[in-house]
Design a protein around this ligand. Sequence first.
Ligand code: CO
Length: 133
Amino acid sequence: MTIKRLDHIAIVVQNLEAALGFYRDALGMALTHVETIPEQDVKIGFLPCGDSELELLEPINPDSGIGRYLAKRGEGLHHICLEVDDIEQALADLKSKDAALIDETPRRGAHGRVAFLHPKAAHGVLIELVERR
Ligand code: CO
């Protein structure tokens, strides 16, 4: 398995417009686009940062997993995403090393196939792997 780069950092927010008041207007980062992904119950604002990007996630359904996460934990870091060259190989390697996985097989994400690792595998951080298409 090869980790190619830090793909994105995802931050959960109450309100995307309000969060842009800091990330776009105060920090001066560019917002390239906003996308609502109903299957993931989120509206996402994408802010590129060099070779990576920040994703601001606003839950659109309070009864979804991410909606409940926000209600329980409040705003803040949700996950980091690492790009891998071969996601099947990465999952097989991690399984053989007894790392706790949320997804045993890849699922379809916004940029390619993705899989989530359990935060207990990564010392408290939810990690997403992506194989970009
Ligand atoms: Co992500």
